[in-house]
Design a protein around this ligand. Structure first.
Ligand code: NDP
Ligand SMILES: Nc1nc(O)c(N)c(N[C@@H]2O[C@H](COP(=O)(O)O)[C@@H](O)[C@H]2O)n1
Length: 220
């Protein structure tokens, strides 16, 4: 499966405030670019931390704006080992299909309530979602391309597992600060074998800069 990561960060590398409050780091040009990007992918993925913090919809704002016939909304995917996604989360609405990736540690009653909300549950991994196994199984359902929008914990795990092919980051002209504010790649961090990223393009957008990289997914 082809995996791209897209996110927006401040100049100091933060995705949100230390209170994990969603911030508009992107401006209108970058949000329009993300809308076009979403239409190019079979599925959009986030971690449950982003669902709990932002309650995103992960749908297209205007499917008709992408041509004729209108674009399909991408499938939505949440990495959520213990199925903490609230049944009334926007990502579970009826606009399009949603997979929640869980692990063997998931409480049965959480699965039951998500299944009642119409969610497809896919189990992979023991305590946390085994992302490589889950992506293989999603590919078997016909999902060949995936756009990951965050957050930092999920992005780190995907990079650490060598699953990411490309990375685009909008750097907004703001500072957020805070040692506990989420960054582009959180998790445990690397101490050796730092993944290499190859700069492909730099462009000015809104009041910031869009950086596009190819990620060496063979060498995490
Ligand atoms: N500026 C931007 O572009 C974006 C900003 N954000 C911001 O980021 C913050 C959320 O990021 P963050 O807290 O890092 O949360 P994430 O969205 O990265 O979700 C992390 C959670 O995903 C679950 N998970 C399941 N499997 C895995 C795995 N294999 N590896 C890692 N995580 C896994 C874990 O919960 P469990 O163990 O329960 O499964 C984990 O705590 C919010 O403040 C949001 O506003 C988010 C997206 C984009
Ligand atoms: N590209 C981008 N720029 C920002 O400034 C952001 N805060 C985010 N956040 C991501 O967008 C999701 C919101 O999705 P919906 O519009 O509700 O579909 C949010 O959850 C983050 O993944 N992205």
């Amino acid at each position: 499966m082809y995996v791209a990561v897209n996110a927006a960060m401040s100049v100091d590398g933060k995705l949100a405030s230390r209170e994990r409050e969603q911030l508009a780091i992107s401006g209108p040009e970058d949000f329009a670019r993300v809308e076009r990007l979403r239409a190019e992918y079979d599925a959009i993925m986030v971690g449950v931390g982003t669902v709990l913090a932002d309650d995103p919809s992960l749908t297209l704002d205007d499917p008709a704006a992408h041509g004729e016939p209108p674009a399909d909304h991408p499938t939505r995917i949440v990495a959520d080992s213990r199925a903490r996604t609230p049944p009334d989360a926007r990502v579970l609405d009826e606009t399009t299909e949603t997979y929640v990736l869980v692990s063997e540690a998931v409480p049965t009653d959480h699965v039951d309530s998500l299944e009642r909300a119409g969610v497809s549950i896919l189990e992979a991994g023991t305590s946390q979602v085994d992302l490589a196994a889950a992506l293989d199984r999603l590919e078997a359902t016909g999902i060949d391309s995936l756009l990951v929008e965050g957050g930092g914990e999920l992005i780190f795990s995907l990079v650490a597992a060598g699953l990411v092919d490309e990375l685009s980051v909008f750097v907004g002209s703001m500072l957020i600060g805070g040692r506990d504010a989420p960054t582009l790649a959180d998790g445990t961090g690397f101490t050796e074998d730092y993944p290499s990223v190859n700069l492909q393009s730099v462009s000015e957008l809104d009041d910031g800069v869009l950086l596009e990289y190819e990620v060496d997914c063979e060498n995490p």
